[in-house]
Ligand binder design. Structure first.
Ligand SMILES: C[S@@+](CC[C@H](N)C(=O)[O-])C[C@H]1O[C@@H](n2cnc3c(N)ncnc32)[C@H](O)[C@@H]1O
Length: 443
């Protein structure tokens, strides 16, 4: 990274700390950042076995005005944890001031705020971390690879990163608008540049690619000047497609990645989301995951970001099919619960129906069975599958468990098999997660 470009980026975030936040708003709302949900992180990066206690060490690199930092710190507080290490690193003093004021407003103590360049991490002696959040930052470096190279020595051996990079396909309209703006005489001040961009936006015909894809970029009109500047006038930004992310993180860096779009999870990365009744789907589903995800990106066309976890270890997701795991609903899916899903099945008189979820876009034809209904009734966010299945067997007035076999093991396997499509559907949007019994019970 040249000093010049770094200075430009730094100057932008000093003038327009991003995202714009008013500390007073901490009194009335908590902003949840998708990849920083500790339950989601635990499920995908620590096999649902991570205990979030005082030994947990977090680095938020390029933490900006503090969304991720505050959300993580707040969750630790809700868990009653005191003393976990949370370091918030950013180039911009103005952004750090806002993040610090937000923490103060909440009465959260102990966050270490560090003003600095993440490229200097290898010489900053901050130690290693279990979790590094680097969201919306690497794509602003002149050499994003240098940024990742600087972060990795700070990542512990079984650590996890949360990364968010701009998505190439979904942002096509943005880059075309940026190109148009580069043809116009550049105004001197931030305010004049924002004003010029707004005037241009107002003139774009409906045929323009940004105008056509306006719904993909709500921040353009609703996010204020800092968001508009970030989208259209940033001095430095790059975007990536799925294949490029695999080449970079997996092939070159030997990391393992798990893509989970904000509020939608894996759904937009699954070709079946759109091609479910296409005869070719079986052949497509046999292809490597990476190819399927690239294909889904092309089909959907709306991935403006790629949000993903990156781990050093393989197979870090909690396993479905282990009796000692507790199924539970993601906190933001409230009021969804096991009994509420059972009630949905009852509402359809136990006939096949289209399971829909507006926020994620899930639409899947499901076939309820008596066992599935009973399992949902047993999910209370604290029982293990073993305890749920015991309950199902006890309540089994319909006798389906007896038809599944005589041995408890055999019955358990059948219950898992019956529930599997439901777990796959709800887990594909991250609403139903797993943690191992006695590991990190949310308050
Ligand atoms: C788009 S904002 C994202 C902020 C935050 N991660 C979030 O998602 O809300 C990018 C942030 O990265 C910071 N940043 C950019 N380059 C950096 C670098 N080399 N070292 C540290 N921070 C950097 C900027 O100052 C800015 O606050």
């Amino acid at each position: 990274m040249t000093a010049d470009i770094s200075a430009k980026v730094a100057a932008q975030y000093e003038a327009l700390p991003y995202p714009p936040r008013d500390p007073v708003d901490e009194d009335s709302r908590l902003i949840g950042t998708w990849l920083d949900d500790l339950d989601l992180l635990n499920h995908h990066c620590f096999r649902g076995e991570r205990v979030f206690d005082a030994s947990f060490r977090v680095l938020v690199a390029g933490g900006g005005t503090g969304d991720g930092t505050i959300f993580i710190a707040q969750q630790m507080r809700e868990r009653g944890v005191v003393g976990a290490r949370i370091v918030h690193l950013d180039l911009s003093a103005a952004a750090i001031d806002i993040a610090r004021a937000r923490a103060n407003r909440r009465g959260i103590e102990g966050i270490e705020f560090v003003q600095g360049n993440l490229l200097d991490l290898p010489t900053m002696n901050l130690g290693q971390f279990d979790f590094i959040n680097c969201v919306g930052v690497l794509h602003h470096l002149s050499d994003p690879e240098l940024g990742l190279a600087a972060l990795l020595p700070s990542l512990g051996p079984d650590g996890a990163m949360a990364v968010l990079l701009y998505g190439k396909l979904g942002r096509i309209g943005i880059y075309q608008a940026q190109a148009i703006l580069r043809h116009l005489p550049p105004p001197a001040s931030y305010a004049e540049r924002v004003d010029q961009a707004k005037r241009l936006l107002a003139k774009l015909p409906r045929t323009n690619w940004l105008a056509r894809s306006a719904e993909l970029h709500p921040d353009l009109h609703q996010g204020g000047d800092a968001a508009l500047y970030d989208l259209l006038l940033h001095s430095q930004d790059r975007a990536f497609d799925v294949e490029e992310i695999y080449r970079w993180f997996v092939d070159d860096r030997k990391l393992h990645i798990y893509l989970s779009d904000v509020h939608r999870g894996r759904l937009p990365y699954l070709p079946a989301t759109w091609l479910h009744d296409l005869p070719e789907l079986a052949a497509i589903s046999a292809k490597p995951e990476r190819e399927q995800e690239s294909l889904a990106e092309l089909i959907g066309g709306d991935l403006v970001l790629h949000a993903f976890f990156a781990t050093r270890l393989a197979d870090t997701s909690a396993p479905f099919g282990d009796l000692d795991y507790v199924p539970f609903f993601l906190r933001e899916s409230y009021p969804a619960s096991g009994p509420s899903l059972a009630a949905v099945i009852d509402g359809h008189q136990s006939k096949p129906f289209l399971l829909t979820h507006t926020q994620s876009g899930l639409r899947r034809e499901m076939k309820p069975t008596p066992a599935v209904r009973e399992i949902f009734l047993g999910i209370d966010d604290s029982r293990t599958w073993r305890e749920i299945f015991d309950l199902v067997r006890q309540r089994d007035g319909l006798g389906f468990a007896a038809r599944f076999g005589t041995e408890p093991d055999e019955i358990d396997q059948r219950l898992f098999a019956e529930f599997s499509p439901w777990y796959q559907a709800l887990n594909s949007i991250e609403r139903l997660l797993l943690r191992r019994k006695n590991f990190d019970k949310p308050v």
